[in-house]
Design a protein around this ligand. Structure first.
Ligand SMILES: CC(C)(COP(=O)(O)OP(=O)(O)OC[C@H]1O[C@@H](n2cnc3c(N)ncnc32)[C@H](O)[C@@H]1OP(=O)(O)O)[C@@H](O)C(=O)NCCC(=O)NCCS
Length: 172
């Protein structure tokens, strides 16, 4: 399927049927995503099909965060200041049950990566970070080059330099 990505603030999208199997992620999309988007708390982007159906099949939410130097693995601490460095947090990522395992999660992640790289030319972003929901979901992120942070066993990061390289290789 071909996907279009748009803001949750687009009134024409239908989020009422969305079910990813995780109640709090369903509820977030239906009840809180739009208001948080408008208030600058977290921006949410949804995937809708290019066939004209306006149902949401997947979404991700992003905001800003920071990473403490001591949270980084030792080999990443070199050259990093003692104060926290800026990061973009992928706070939510979910795909409808009917679409899981068909590549939409990866497409949403790539969309998030492209956004991070674009923003990083205007606002400093050292890395993208995620607090994975559980170990299997952490494995999903590790597959794309995320690296475990030291302070929380489910938190992972990926340097913006790695993302840039990854996207360049993917497009060549
Ligand atoms: C996690 C999630 C977003 C992945 O989306 P998806 O569309 O099913 O994933 P994709 O089809 O794009 O899979 C991409 C790759 O990740 C792997 N993968 C998918 N889900 C995985 C999981 N839970 N654990 C480990 N690997 C996973 C796939 O096997 C695939 O690898 P392959 O290409 O080598 O086969 C989706 O399963 C989901 O919404 N789960 C419920 C909500 C949730 O837990 N969100 C995470 C919040 S931190």
């Amino acid at each position: 399927m071909e996907w279009t990505f748009c803001s949750i603030d687009d009134d024409s999208v239908n989020r009422e049927n969305f079910d990813c199997g995780v109640p709090e992620l369903n509820e977030y999309l239906k009840k809180y995503a739009r208001q948080n988007d408008r208030r600058g708390i977290a921006k949410t982007f949804v995937a809708i099909s290019e066939d004209g159906n306006r149902d949401v099949y997947g979404y991700y939410s992003v905001g800003m965060a920071e990473i403490k130097r001591e949270s980084l693995p030792a080999n990443y601490q070199r050259g990093i200041p003692r104060y926290p460095v800026p990061a973009m947090r992928l706070s939510r990522l979910a795909v409808a049950l009917a679409m899981q395992g068909r590549g939409l999660g990866e497409e949403l992640l790539m969309e998030c990566f492209r956004k991070a790289v674009r923003l990083s030319s205007e606002v400093a972003i050292f890395a993208v970070i995620v607090d994975a929901k559980n170990q299997p979901v952490k494995e999903f992120y590790l597959k794309y080059g995320f690296i475990p942070l030291k302070d929380n066993e489910l938190s992972v990061f990926i340097p913006i330099s790695t993302i840039t390289e990854f996207l360049e290789n993917a497009s060549s």
